[in-house]
Design a protein around this ligand. Structure first.
Ligand code: TXA
Ligand code: MG
Length: 316
């Protein structure tokens, strides 16, 4: 079991000694270690059981710290950073030589973001190195949105969990990069595509599971709740299954299945609320009496796009 608490000084000391600490962010909890220390990075890969070809995001608390890590910052990146950081946006930028290749799995670009969580911003401001932090779940499983989720799955592998409460966004960051003059989205997430387009105009989506070598982690089936997920018309699909052993993830409608099998994402059809609830909903479905999960697409706008993306991956 790990210790759960809000002691930033303790978290900082562990990180300075090359140990891991789970940290809260507005998106999901991260499994953090010193991004400039290869042995700390290795501990992250090992604790998560994550293949080393799947690179990690570096987290800092200021734009000045970003500048020290990367070679150049395109104008569009400056505009986006100004508008959307701190926030659920990760930007791929050409890394300096001093940044360990292990962090980026040998890629030229590194992923950076300034997360928007007061406790973690405070912790980062006290450190003179960035924090490498993938989502704090075992590889291939659903991301954690509470300290308890981390405890349940990685409790044996991380000495301290910094408790920042439930994540306010609940979906991982949106990942973008630049190809020639174009802004490219590699992962849909907590920053709405519309919000990015308001700053830089039309972007290109490259979020297809099979054609996306730039974000290697997205190649695999993720977010698996450990059951078969059927995406489509819930009313229709429910006719074919026994309600007692069927789990349901609906947008806003309740269904006639046992309460512990039912997860409704937002009674008021609020996509932000649905974003906060989607990963808990997938976790709720991980119980022995549930044999199949029925889910439906949400409106494909705002956070609905990222939620649909996660549902699609869960259904692979
Ligand atoms: O919201 C988030 O982004 C959370 C919190 C903790 O910040 N972190 C997170 O990390 O979701 P992770 O490791 O679970 O997902 C990061 C994704 C992976 O798919 C990885 O392949 C991609 O980012 N990635 C990281 N560095 C990259 C790089 N240099 N080039 C391309 N893709 C990269
Ligand atoms: Mg992850």
């Amino acid at each position: 079991m790990s210790e759960i608490g809000t002691d930033i000084t303790k978290a900082g000391k562990l990180l300075q000694h090359g140990e891991l600490v789970a940290i809260p962010t507005e998106t999901v909890y991260g499994l953090a270690g010193n991004a400039m220390n290869e042995s700390a990075i290795l501990k992250i890969y090992t604790a998560k059981n994550r293949p080393k070809f799947d690179p990690l995001i570096a987290h800092v608390d200021s734009f000045d710290k970003v500048k020290k890590l990367v070679e150049t910052i395109p104008r569009q990146a400056l505009l986006l950073a100004e508008k959307l950081w701190p926030g659920p946006l990760t930007i791929l930028l050409e890394k300096k030589k001093s940044v360990p290749d292990l962090l980026t799995s040998g890629l030229k670009r590194m992923a950076v973001r300034i997360p928007n969580h007061p406790l973690t911003l405070e912790l980062l401001s006290q450190l003179d190195f960035p924090l490498a932090a993938p989502s704090a779940n075992p590889f291939g499983y659903v991301s954690p949105t509470s300290a308890q989720h981390v405890q349940n799955q990685l409790g044996e592998r991380v000495p301290y969990i910094l408790d920042g409460g439930a994540c306010s966004v609940g979906l991982e960051s949106t990942i973008i990069g630049f190809e020639e003059d174009e802004v490219v989205v590699y992962r849909l997430g907590g920053t709405r595509v519309e919000a990015i387009e308001e700053v830089v105009g039309k972007v290109r989506l490259k979020v297809n599971v099979s054609s996306n070598p730039a974000a290697p982690g997205m190649l695999k089936s993720h977010y698996s709740p450990g059951r078969k997920v059927l995406l489509g018309d819930i009313d229709e699909n429910l006719k074919r299954f026994d309600p007692q052993t069927t789990g349901i993830i609906s947008f806003s409608k309740p269904y006639d299945v046992p309460a512990q099998n039912m997860a409704m994402l937002s009674a008021s059809e609020d996509l932000n609320e649905a974003g906060r609830n989607i990963f808990s909903a997938l976790r709720k479905m991980d119980q022995s009496q549930i044999k199949v999960i029925l889910a439906e697409y949400l409106p494909n706008e705002g956070l609905g796009r990222a939620i649909n993306d996660r549902l699609r991956r869960a259904a692979v």
